[in-house]
Design a binder for this molecule. Structure first.
Ligand SMILES: NC(=O)c1ccc[n+]([C@@H]2O[C@H](COP(=O)([O-])OP(=O)(O)OC[C@H]3O[C@@H](n4cnc5c(N)ncnc54)[C@H](OP(=O)(O)O)[C@@H]3O)[C@@H](O)[C@H]2O)c1
Length: 285
């Protein structure tokens, strides 16, 4: 049995769908049964629980061999994932596939990059089999700006002309599902990027072609971006981490392209043009 955490989120829902399509026995841990309706018609076992509730986590892990571990950067991420690791160990899990980030390190400037690396190390030391999934920035982050793309024909960011090797979440899910169900990826760190490093101006041009109308990328300063996050009610640690990260993206810090998706899945990583064409209805006015 494979257990997927964060199953209703951006990555988790695609991992669940990939596993179900492969006919793998899959259990999805969800907070909301209403949201779990997205899996209607798929052969998926749904369990309701909360990652902060040890009893529900233990119940979800019962009989699980392979565990997809994902949390969404809460301020207690290290402590939470440490508890999830201990629960997996107690349940006899054989293999943890952890969703982290590319270029995580102990001394990274971005808080949640350090947190991801700390948990990866704890997993490596746990004696449980492991595979690290280390994706770059997601194409799907553009969906956060669907309203401004629809209403203003514009999306915003502090990326300047920095090149970013962003990746399609559906490819992250495909690699994760293979790692969870096929041999050969134990003890591997899989750094996942799209097929090219693109500027946000290039992304705007690709979106314009797919949507058949002009979409502009509007650059904002890092200071204004940070202030905007706080205005939206995002917590300080998150605003600080994301602003530092996006400053690094602007400086080309996440521009390395890898061939890992093709190596693992046997087909090329999806391009931003493919993403734009597939998601065009979501951006339509
Ligand atoms: N965005 C990027 O460009 C990027 C790039 C590389 C790596 N990452 C990493 O990706 C991860 C985030 O993945 P994502 O984008 O898929 O996250 P997401 O869309 O925010 O989804 C988070 C999932 O976790 C669930 N969840 C949150 N708190 C929970 C709790 N207490 N109990 C049970 N479930 C809980 C949410 O459930 P609900 O649906 O009920 O809220 C949701 O299913 C982070 O670790 C981040 O560092 C992101």
């Amino acid at each position: 049995m494979v257990l997927v955490m964060g199953a209703t989120g951006t990555v988790g829902r695609e991992v669940v769908k990939e596993l179900a399509a492969r006919g793998a026995p899959v259990r999805a841990l969800v907070r909301s049964l209403e949201k779990a309706a997205m899996f209607d018609g798929l052969d998926v076992e749904i369990v309701q629980g909360d990652l902060e509730d040890a009893a529900s986590v233990a119940a979800a892990l019962s009989g699980v061999g392979h565990f997809f571990l994902l949390t969404a950067n809460p301020p207690n991420q290290v402590d939470l994932e440490r508890r999830l690791l201990a629960a997996a160990d107690a349940a006899g899990v054989e293999h943890i596939v952890k969703l982290g980030v590319s270029n995580a390190s102990d001394d990274h400037e971005v808080n949640f990059f350090r947190w991801h690396r700390e948990i990866e190390r704890r997993i490596e030391e746990s004696g449980i089999g492991w595979t690290h999934i280390q994706p770059n920035n997601f194409f799907q982050n553009t969906l956060f700006q669907v309203d401004s793309i629809r209403e203003q024909g514009a999306f915003y960011g502090p990326f300047g002309d920095g090149l970013v090797a962003s990746v399609d979440v559906r490819d992250i899910a495909a690699v994760s599902a293979i790692a969870l169900t096929e041999p050969g990826h134990m003890g591997s760190a899989l750094e996942l990027t799209g097929p090219a490093a693109l500027s946000h101006v290039e992304m705007a041009s690709t979106l314009s072609n797919a949507l058949e109308r002009e979409i502009s990328y509007v650059n904002v300063s890092l200071e204004d971006f940070h202030a905007g996050l706080l205005d939206q009610g995002r917590p300080q640690y998150f605003a600080d981490g994301l602003t530092t990260l996006y400053g690094q993206l602007a400086a080309g810090g996440q521009s390395r392209v890898t061939g890992t998706i093709e190596e693992v899945t046997g087909r090329p990583a999806r391009s931003f043009a493919e993403f734009a064409a597939d998601y065009a209805p979501a951006f339509a006015t």
